[in-house]
Design a binder for this molecule. Structure first.
Ligand SMILES: Cc1ncc(COP(=O)(O)O)c(C=O)c1O
Length: 432
């Protein structure tokens, strides 16, 4: 067993000064129990905690680190940027270069605005959609996470798909009432909502590959159906590509599925691990943003030059390298090996994967197509079985996201030996 004395000591101290001892809830290990490991350094695909334990990382800071920790190209760009000063609060050339790269390569992003997080990107895109359409309601999907802006902290209660229930205390009933929620996979339900509320809906927002409540891949038919239902009612389509942008393809899931959004939101990969979010889309919409138009949105640290340099290094490397196929093949190989190991051990595990993300479904999948695509289809055994597996994997030096509803991320820094370590830990975990 690994020693955890130092992590325990720090966690005790942290709980005295911060809620739950953390600065983002899942980090507190509530989903799996036990003490969060305090990480003191990371390199490539590996983490080292304050007790000196080493782990192969499959959480990867929740998605931004497509090239692993301390990628040398991103590091060089960041060091150079710091040498020029780290915040100017005025116009500078670095965000311009990043904006030009993105608008050149992604046709539906005619204009872009940088912010500091995915949450801010979504919040701003929703405000813009409401202003542009003169409508108030937003349609989202059950299980899709779009950050913590008030109006997005609303889910569908089962059987109450159209009855908004705030997920978070502190969200007013009137805010929640403007958020409609549809189940994933279910196009007839989406159409029914549009029939009833079509004229009030400013935008539909969707994670094109939902990856925050398990990995729940949607069919292209579903995504295209949602897009055309939105169009038919005059609502805007916002693709939330905070996870999928630059990860599933340079042009994100919009490029892969051939769907043109009106607005798109980015985060994670776009900042290479630094705090960056962005929203962009049709120029006629984006030109409604201040100072051009009446929709206010601003930020002291927006387009921070160090973060812009990191994002630029990341995106240039992605654009000019050949990473996507290799990452997808490695993920596919890992997932199918996991399923073989599980089958051999007589365990009911299905590994859903998309691009460089994977998620193990722990229990019986009862859907007709054998895929879990909606929250209601996740087996009830998920949380409990995952929690046990998580600790066994951790004990074998594998760091996964500390929640059975979060996906794992592969990076270009994961080498064969890291994948082998994962598989051997997985075998051990199932054996136990
Ligand atoms: C799809 C999606 N949208 C928005 C967000 C919010 O981004 P941030 O955590 O940077 O505020 C996330 C974060 O996980 C996300 O996955």
């Amino acid at each position: 067993m690994f020693k955890t004395h130092e992590s325990e000591t720090l966690f005790d101290r942290a709980r005295r000064v911060s809620p739950g001892g953390v600065h983002s809830p899942v980090r507190a290990f509530r989903g799996v129990g036990g003490v969060p490991r305090f990480i003191r350094s990371a390199k490539g695909a590996e983490l080292e905690d304050v007790d000196g334990n080493r782990y192969v990382d499959f959480c990867m800071s929740w998605g931004p680190l497509l090239f692993g920790h301390q990628d040398e190209d991103v590091a060089a760009a960041v060091h150079a940027a710091i040498g020029r000063g780290w915040s100017y609060g005025t116009a500078e050339p670095y965000s311009l270069e990043l904006a030009e790269l993105i608008t050149r390569e992604i046709p539906w992003v005619e204009k872009i605005r940088f912010v500091n997080s995915g949450t801010e990107a979504v919040m701003s895109a929703l405000r813009l959609a409401r202003a542009a359409t003169g409508r108030n309601k937003i349609l989202k999907f059950e299980g899709c996470y779009h950050g913590h802006a008030d109006s997005m902290l609303v889910r569908a209660g089962s059987g109450l798909a159209e009855m908004p229930v705030p997920d978070s205390a502190g969200v007013t009933a009137s805010t929640a009432a403007d958020t409609l929620v549809a189940p994933l996979r279910d196009l007839p339900a989406v159409k029914a909502i549009f029939e009833r509320h079509g004229r009030e809906i400013a935008a539909v927002i969707v994670e094109p590959v939902p990856a925050n409540n398990g990995l729940l891949p949607q069919t292209e038919e579903f995504l295209k159906g949602v897009a055309s239902a939105a169009r038919a009612s005059g609502a805007l389509l916002i693709l939330d590509e905070v996870i999928t942008g630059f990860r599933v393809a340079f042009g994100g899931m919009a490029a892969r599925a051939g769907i043109t959004p009106d607005l798109v939101t980015y985060g994670k990969v776009i900042g290479g691990g630094f705090p960056v979010g962005a929203y962009g889309g049709r120029a006629d919409l984006m030109d409604r943003i201040a100072p051009m138009g009446p929709v206010y949105q601003a930020g002291t640290l927006s387009a921070n030059p160090v973060a812009m340099a990191a994002g630029l290094a990341m995106l240039k490397k992605l654009k000019h390298g050949n990473f996507y196929n290799a990452l997808e093949n490695a993920t596919e190989g890992l997932a199918s090996e996991m399923e073989k190991i599980a089958a051999h051990a007589g365990a009911r595990v299905k590994v859903q994967r998309f691009s460089s993300m994977f998620w193990a479904v722990m229990g019986d999948v009862k859907t007709d197509d054998g895929v879990v695509r909606a929250v209601s289809e996740i087996p009830s055994t998920q949380k409990e079985v995952y929690a046990k597996s998580f600790h066994r994997m951790l004990g074998h030096g594998i760091y996964l996201a500390p929640s059975g509803y979060e996906v794992s991320f592969l990076s270009a820094a994961h080498e064969r030996r890291h994948l082998d370590a994962f598989l051997s830990a997985f075998k051990g975990a199932l054996g136990a």
